[in-house]
Design a protein around this ligand. Structure first.
Ligand SMILES: NC(=O)N[C@@H](CC(=O)O)C(=O)O
Length: 346
Protein backbone atom coordinates (compact mmCIF):
# COMPACT_ATOMS: atom_id res chain seq x y z
CA UNK A 1 0.00 0.00 0.00
CA UNK A 2 1.25 3.51 -0.81
CA UNK A 3 2.38 5.17 2.38
CA UNK A 4 3.35 8.58 1.13
CA UNK A 5 2.72 10.90 -1.77
CA UNK A 6 4.42 14.11 -2.80
CA UNK A 7 2.39 16.83 -4.46
CA UNK A 8 3.02 20.26 -5.79
CA UNK A 9 1.82 22.70 -3.16
CA UNK A 10 -1.99 22.80 -3.46
CA UNK A 11 -4.16 25.86 -4.13
CA UNK A 12 -7.62 26.57 -2.77
CA UNK A 13 -9.76 28.17 -5.46
CA UNK A 14 -12.64 29.16 -3.10
CA UNK A 15 -11.95 30.29 0.45
CA UNK A 16 -13.63 32.44 3.12
CA UNK A 17 -11.12 34.09 5.44
CA UNK A 18 -13.43 36.75 6.98
CA UNK A 19 -11.86 39.72 8.73
CA UNK A 20 -10.58 40.95 12.12
CA UNK A 21 -10.18 38.34 14.88
CA UNK A 22 -11.71 35.60 12.75
CA UNK A 23 -9.25 36.30 9.92
CA UNK A 24 -6.34 36.14 12.34
CA UNK A 25 -7.61 32.84 13.75
CA UNK A 26 -8.33 31.06 10.46
CA UNK A 27 -5.64 32.40 8.09
CA UNK A 28 -2.85 30.21 9.57
CA UNK A 29 -4.95 27.12 8.74
CA UNK A 30 -4.97 28.00 5.04
CA UNK A 31 -1.45 29.40 4.85
CA UNK A 32 -0.04 26.04 3.72
CA UNK A 33 -1.81 26.47 0.40
CA UNK A 34 0.13 28.25 -2.30
CA UNK A 35 -2.75 30.46 -3.40
CA UNK A 36 -6.41 30.88 -2.61
CA UNK A 37 -9.25 32.70 -4.28
CA UNK A 38 -10.59 34.87 -1.47
CA UNK A 39 -14.33 35.33 -1.26
CA UNK A 40 -15.47 38.95 -0.98
CA UNK A 41 -18.63 38.42 1.12
CA UNK A 42 -17.50 40.51 4.07
CA UNK A 43 -19.86 42.90 5.82
CA UNK A 44 -19.85 45.26 3.93
CA UNK A 45 -18.73 43.31 0.86
CA UNK A 46 -15.52 43.92 -1.09
CA UNK A 47 -16.89 45.80 -4.10
CA UNK A 48 -14.06 48.06 -5.28
CA UNK A 49 -10.46 47.49 -6.28
CA UNK A 50 -9.35 49.72 -3.42
CA UNK A 51 -11.22 47.61 -0.87
CA UNK A 52 -9.77 44.42 -2.35
CA UNK A 53 -6.22 45.81 -2.10
CA UNK A 54 -6.76 46.80 1.55
CA UNK A 55 -8.27 43.40 2.38
CA UNK A 56 -5.31 41.68 0.75
CA UNK A 57 -2.96 43.57 3.07
CA UNK A 58 -4.99 42.53 6.13
CA UNK A 59 -4.83 38.90 5.00
CA UNK A 60 -1.07 39.03 4.47
CA UNK A 61 -0.64 40.45 7.98
CA UNK A 62 -2.62 37.51 9.40
CA UNK A 63 -0.55 34.83 7.66
CA UNK A 64 2.35 33.38 9.69
CA UNK A 65 5.81 34.59 8.82
CA UNK A 66 7.58 32.41 6.28
CA UNK A 67 4.38 31.22 4.58
CA UNK A 68 4.35 31.66 0.82
CA UNK A 69 0.55 31.98 0.69
CA UNK A 70 -0.67 34.42 -1.97
CA UNK A 71 -4.28 35.60 -1.63
CA UNK A 72 -6.02 35.99 -5.00
CA UNK A 73 -8.61 38.68 -4.51
CA UNK A 74 -12.09 38.91 -5.96
CA UNK A 75 -14.66 41.67 -6.30
CA UNK A 76 -18.24 41.19 -5.24
CA UNK A 77 -20.47 41.90 -8.21
CA UNK A 78 -23.45 44.15 -7.50
CA UNK A 79 -26.09 45.76 -9.70
CA UNK A 80 -23.94 48.90 -9.73
CA UNK A 81 -20.45 47.46 -10.34
CA UNK A 82 -18.47 49.77 -12.61
CA UNK A 83 -16.81 47.83 -15.48
CA UNK A 84 -13.94 50.35 -15.52
CA UNK A 85 -13.11 49.67 -11.84
CA UNK A 86 -13.08 45.91 -12.50
CA UNK A 87 -10.70 46.32 -15.43
CA UNK A 88 -8.46 48.70 -13.50
CA UNK A 89 -8.26 46.37 -10.50
CA UNK A 90 -7.41 43.46 -12.77
CA UNK A 91 -4.83 45.35 -14.80
CA UNK A 92 -3.23 46.60 -11.57
CA UNK A 93 -2.83 43.00 -10.36
CA UNK A 94 -5.23 43.55 -7.45
CA UNK A 95 -7.92 41.02 -8.40
CA UNK A 96 -7.94 37.64 -10.06
CA UNK A 97 -11.69 37.19 -10.56
CA UNK A 98 -15.16 38.57 -9.91
CA UNK A 99 -17.73 36.80 -7.74
CA UNK A 100 -21.40 36.61 -8.60
CA UNK A 101 -23.85 35.95 -5.78
CA UNK A 102 -27.50 36.04 -6.72
CA UNK A 103 -29.00 38.40 -4.09
CA UNK A 104 -29.97 36.47 -0.97
CA UNK A 105 -28.43 33.15 -2.05
CA UNK A 106 -26.17 32.66 0.96
CA UNK A 107 -24.24 34.22 3.87
CA UNK A 108 -23.84 38.00 3.39
CA UNK A 109 -25.21 38.03 -0.15
CA UNK A 110 -27.79 40.80 0.32
CA UNK A 111 -25.88 43.10 -2.03
CA UNK A 112 -25.78 40.46 -4.77
CA UNK A 113 -27.10 40.77 -8.27
CA UNK A 114 -30.85 41.23 -8.73
CA UNK A 115 -30.91 42.19 -12.40
CA UNK A 116 -28.67 40.35 -14.87
CA UNK A 117 -29.41 42.81 -17.68
CA UNK A 118 -27.87 45.66 -15.69
CA UNK A 119 -24.54 43.90 -15.30
CA UNK A 120 -24.22 42.85 -18.94
CA UNK A 121 -21.56 45.59 -19.61
CA UNK A 122 -19.46 44.16 -16.77
CA UNK A 123 -19.63 40.66 -18.28
CA UNK A 124 -18.67 42.05 -21.68
CA UNK A 125 -15.67 43.91 -20.25
CA UNK A 126 -14.59 40.85 -18.27
CA UNK A 127 -14.85 38.57 -21.29
CA UNK A 128 -12.71 40.92 -23.30
CA UNK A 129 -10.07 41.20 -20.57
CA UNK A 130 -10.12 37.46 -19.78
CA UNK A 131 -11.28 37.93 -16.16
CA UNK A 132 -13.03 34.82 -14.81
CA UNK A 133 -16.49 35.04 -13.27
CA UNK A 134 -16.90 32.85 -10.16
CA UNK A 135 -20.56 31.97 -9.78
CA UNK A 136 -22.55 30.93 -6.71
CA UNK A 137 -24.96 28.83 -8.71
CA UNK A 138 -28.25 28.74 -6.85
CA UNK A 139 -31.54 30.45 -7.62
CA UNK A 140 -33.03 32.32 -4.71
CA UNK A 141 -36.68 31.87 -5.62
CA UNK A 142 -38.27 30.49 -2.42
CA UNK A 143 -40.69 28.48 -4.56
CA UNK A 144 -37.80 26.35 -5.81
CA UNK A 145 -36.98 23.44 -3.53
CA UNK A 146 -33.62 24.00 -1.80
CA UNK A 147 -32.29 20.71 -3.18
CA UNK A 148 -33.13 21.79 -6.77
CA UNK A 149 -31.70 25.31 -6.67
CA UNK A 150 -28.43 24.46 -8.39
CA UNK A 151 -30.02 22.56 -11.27
CA UNK A 152 -32.62 25.30 -11.79
CA UNK A 153 -29.90 27.99 -11.71
CA UNK A 154 -28.03 26.24 -14.50
CA UNK A 155 -31.11 26.29 -16.75
CA UNK A 156 -32.53 29.68 -15.83
CA UNK A 157 -29.44 31.81 -15.25
CA UNK A 158 -26.09 30.22 -16.02
CA UNK A 159 -26.82 28.85 -19.44
CA UNK A 160 -28.40 32.11 -20.72
CA UNK A 161 -25.49 34.16 -19.29
CA UNK A 162 -22.97 31.90 -21.00
CA UNK A 163 -24.84 31.89 -24.30
CA UNK A 164 -24.93 35.70 -24.23
CA UNK A 165 -21.19 35.85 -23.34
CA UNK A 166 -19.52 32.79 -24.86
CA UNK A 167 -16.05 34.26 -24.35
CA UNK A 168 -16.57 34.80 -20.61
CA UNK A 169 -14.61 32.33 -18.47
CA UNK A 170 -16.90 30.95 -15.78
CA UNK A 171 -16.17 28.95 -12.64
CA UNK A 172 -19.15 27.10 -11.25
CA UNK A 173 -18.32 27.40 -7.58
CA UNK A 174 -18.82 24.50 -5.16
CA UNK A 175 -20.92 22.29 -7.42
CA UNK A 176 -23.02 19.79 -5.51
CA UNK A 177 -24.97 17.86 -8.15
CA UNK A 178 -24.55 15.52 -11.11
CA UNK A 179 -26.30 18.31 -13.10
CA UNK A 180 -23.42 20.63 -12.18
CA UNK A 181 -20.85 18.02 -13.19
CA UNK A 182 -22.59 17.42 -16.53
CA UNK A 183 -22.91 21.14 -17.26
CA UNK A 184 -19.24 21.79 -16.46
CA UNK A 185 -18.35 19.07 -18.94
CA UNK A 186 -20.61 20.43 -21.65
CA UNK A 187 -18.77 23.40 -23.07
CA UNK A 188 -15.82 25.70 -23.42
CA UNK A 189 -14.51 28.34 -21.02
CA UNK A 190 -15.97 26.63 -17.99
CA UNK A 191 -14.54 25.02 -14.88
CA UNK A 192 -15.97 23.96 -11.53
CA UNK A 193 -14.70 23.87 -7.98
CA UNK A 194 -15.62 21.03 -5.68
CA UNK A 195 -15.39 21.29 -1.90
CA UNK A 196 -13.84 18.79 0.48
CA UNK A 197 -17.03 18.33 2.48
CA UNK A 198 -19.28 17.65 -0.52
CA UNK A 199 -17.03 14.70 -1.37
CA UNK A 200 -17.67 13.30 2.12
CA UNK A 201 -21.23 14.02 3.21
CA UNK A 202 -24.60 13.63 1.60
CA UNK A 203 -27.78 15.28 2.89
CA UNK A 204 -28.40 12.53 5.44
CA UNK A 205 -25.45 13.85 7.46
CA UNK A 206 -27.43 17.01 8.27
CA UNK A 207 -30.23 15.00 9.88
CA UNK A 208 -28.42 11.96 11.35
CA UNK A 209 -30.21 11.26 14.65
CA UNK A 210 -31.17 14.95 15.01
CA UNK A 211 -30.25 18.24 13.38
CA UNK A 212 -26.50 18.68 12.80
CA UNK A 213 -25.75 22.36 12.21
CA UNK A 214 -22.07 21.77 11.47
CA UNK A 215 -23.02 19.88 8.30
CA UNK A 216 -25.30 22.68 7.08
CA UNK A 217 -23.69 24.66 4.27
CA UNK A 218 -24.79 26.26 1.02
CA UNK A 219 -25.22 24.89 -1.49
CA UNK A 220 -26.74 22.26 0.77
CA UNK A 221 -25.38 18.70 0.51
CA UNK A 222 -27.53 16.63 -1.85
CA UNK A 223 -28.47 12.96 -2.11
CA UNK A 224 -25.91 10.18 -2.40
CA UNK A 225 -26.04 9.87 -6.20
CA UNK A 226 -24.83 13.46 -6.42
CA UNK A 227 -22.00 12.92 -3.95
CA UNK A 228 -20.85 9.98 -6.05
CA UNK A 229 -20.96 12.12 -9.21
CA UNK A 230 -18.77 14.72 -7.48
CA UNK A 231 -16.32 12.02 -6.40
CA UNK A 232 -16.12 10.70 -9.94
CA UNK A 233 -15.50 14.20 -11.33
CA UNK A 234 -12.90 15.19 -8.72
CA UNK A 235 -10.93 11.95 -9.02
CA UNK A 236 -11.21 11.69 -12.82
CA UNK A 237 -8.25 13.94 -13.54
CA UNK A 238 -10.51 16.02 -15.85
CA UNK A 239 -8.91 19.48 -15.90
CA UNK A 240 -12.27 21.24 -15.57
CA UNK A 241 -12.59 20.18 -11.90
CA UNK A 242 -10.43 21.57 -9.12
CA UNK A 243 -10.38 22.12 -5.38
CA UNK A 244 -12.21 25.05 -3.85
CA UNK A 245 -12.69 24.15 -0.20
CA UNK A 246 -15.31 26.82 0.52
CA UNK A 247 -13.96 26.59 4.05
CA UNK A 248 -16.45 28.95 5.70
CA UNK A 249 -15.85 29.59 9.40
CA UNK A 250 -18.68 30.84 11.59
CA UNK A 251 -18.64 31.27 15.36
CA UNK A 252 -20.37 28.28 16.98
CA UNK A 253 -22.64 30.83 18.64
CA UNK A 254 -23.94 31.81 15.20
CA UNK A 255 -24.29 28.26 13.92
CA UNK A 256 -26.04 26.83 16.97
CA UNK A 257 -29.13 29.00 16.73
CA UNK A 258 -32.78 28.55 15.84
CA UNK A 259 -31.70 30.02 12.50
CA UNK A 260 -28.04 29.07 12.21
CA UNK A 261 -25.48 30.12 9.56
CA UNK A 262 -24.43 28.00 6.61
CA UNK A 263 -20.82 26.93 6.26
CA UNK A 264 -18.34 24.14 7.02
CA UNK A 265 -14.88 24.98 8.32
CA UNK A 266 -12.55 22.52 6.59
CA UNK A 267 -9.26 24.43 6.37
CA UNK A 268 -7.44 22.55 9.17
CA UNK A 269 -7.96 19.00 7.84
CA UNK A 270 -8.76 19.38 4.14
CA UNK A 271 -5.65 17.73 2.67
CA UNK A 272 -5.89 14.71 5.01
CA UNK A 273 -9.55 14.26 4.09
CA UNK A 274 -8.86 14.56 0.37
CA UNK A 275 -6.07 11.98 0.52
CA UNK A 276 -8.51 9.64 2.30
CA UNK A 277 -11.18 10.19 -0.36
CA UNK A 278 -8.80 9.78 -3.30
CA UNK A 279 -7.34 6.63 -1.73
CA UNK A 280 -10.85 5.20 -1.33
CA UNK A 281 -11.45 5.89 -5.01
CA UNK A 282 -8.13 4.32 -6.03
CA UNK A 283 -7.09 7.69 -7.41
CA UNK A 284 -4.21 8.94 -5.25
CA UNK A 285 -2.23 9.46 -8.45
CA UNK A 286 -4.83 12.05 -9.51
CA UNK A 287 -4.94 14.03 -6.25
CA UNK A 288 -2.26 16.43 -7.49
CA UNK A 289 -4.27 17.27 -10.61
CA UNK A 290 -7.29 18.16 -8.47
CA UNK A 291 -5.47 20.15 -5.77
CA UNK A 292 -2.44 21.59 -7.52
CA UNK A 293 -2.64 21.59 -11.33
CA UNK A 294 -6.14 21.95 -12.79
CA UNK A 295 -7.11 25.17 -11.03
CA UNK A 296 -3.84 26.89 -11.84
CA UNK A 297 -4.25 25.92 -15.49
CA UNK A 298 -7.81 27.27 -15.56
CA UNK A 299 -6.63 30.59 -14.12
CA UNK A 300 -3.72 30.55 -16.60
CA UNK A 301 -1.12 30.44 -13.84
CA UNK A 302 1.85 28.15 -13.40
CA UNK A 303 1.52 25.45 -10.75
CA UNK A 304 3.39 26.04 -7.50
CA UNK A 305 7.04 24.98 -7.68
CA UNK A 306 7.45 23.67 -4.15
CA UNK A 307 6.04 20.44 -2.76
CA UNK A 308 4.16 19.00 0.20
CA UNK A 309 4.10 15.41 1.38
CA UNK A 310 1.22 13.36 2.73
CA UNK A 311 2.25 10.34 4.76
CA UNK A 312 -0.07 7.49 5.71
CA UNK A 313 0.52 6.42 9.30
CA UNK A 314 -1.11 3.81 11.55
CA UNK A 315 -2.09 6.45 14.08
CA UNK A 316 -4.75 9.01 13.09
CA UNK A 317 -3.62 12.56 12.51
CA UNK A 318 -4.63 14.99 15.21
CA UNK A 319 -6.49 18.16 14.49
CA UNK A 320 -8.43 20.42 16.85
CA UNK A 321 -12.18 19.86 17.24
CA UNK A 322 -12.55 23.61 17.56
CA UNK A 323 -10.35 26.66 17.18
CA UNK A 324 -10.58 29.91 19.13
CA UNK A 325 -11.23 33.25 17.43
CA UNK A 326 -11.25 36.05 20.00
CA UNK A 327 -14.15 35.22 22.34
CA UNK A 328 -15.62 32.70 19.92
CA UNK A 329 -15.02 29.07 19.05
CA UNK A 330 -15.29 27.64 15.55
CA UNK A 331 -15.94 23.94 15.02
CA UNK A 332 -13.68 22.12 12.58
CA UNK A 333 -15.43 19.86 10.04
CA UNK A 334 -15.62 16.29 11.32
CA UNK A 335 -15.55 13.90 8.35
CA UNK A 336 -16.90 11.11 10.55
CA UNK A 337 -13.86 8.84 10.17
CA UNK A 338 -10.26 8.90 11.42
CA UNK A 339 -7.69 10.49 9.13
CA UNK A 340 -4.50 8.53 8.62
CA UNK A 341 -2.92 10.85 6.06
CA UNK A 342 -0.59 13.35 7.75
CA UNK A 343 0.38 16.55 6.01
CA UNK A 344 4.01 17.63 6.03
CA UNK A 345 5.54 20.70 4.51
CA UNK A 346 8.70 19.97 2.55
N1 LIG B 1 -20.69 27.90 1.95
C1 LIG B 1 -21.45 28.37 2.90
O1 LIG B 1 -22.31 27.65 3.40
N2 LIG B 1 -21.32 29.62 3.36
C2 LIG B 1 -20.47 30.64 2.83
C3 LIG B 1 -21.08 31.33 1.67
C4 LIG B 1 -21.10 30.49 0.43
O2 LIG B 1 -20.05 30.25 -0.20
O3 LIG B 1 -22.19 30.04 0.08
C5 LIG B 1 -20.18 31.65 3.93
O4 LIG B 1 -19.68 32.72 3.64
O5 LIG B 1 -20.42 31.33 5.09
Amino acid sequence: MTDHITLRRPDDWHLHLRDGEMLRAVAPHSAGFGRAIIMPNLVPPVVTGQQAAAYRERILSAVPEGATFQPQMTLYLTDTTDPADVIKAHQGGVIRAVKLYPAGATTNSDSGVTDFDRIRPVFEAMAEAGIPLCVHGEVTDPDVDIFDREAVFIDRVLDPVRRANPELKVVMEHITTSDGVAYARSGENIGATITTHHLVINRNAIFAGGIRPHYYCLPIAKRETHRLALREAATSGDARFFLGTDSAPHPDRAKLQPCGCAGCFTAPNTMSILAHVFEEEGALDRLEAFTSLNGAAFYELLPNEDRIRLTRRDIPTEYPATIVAGDETVTVFDPGFPLYWHLEDL
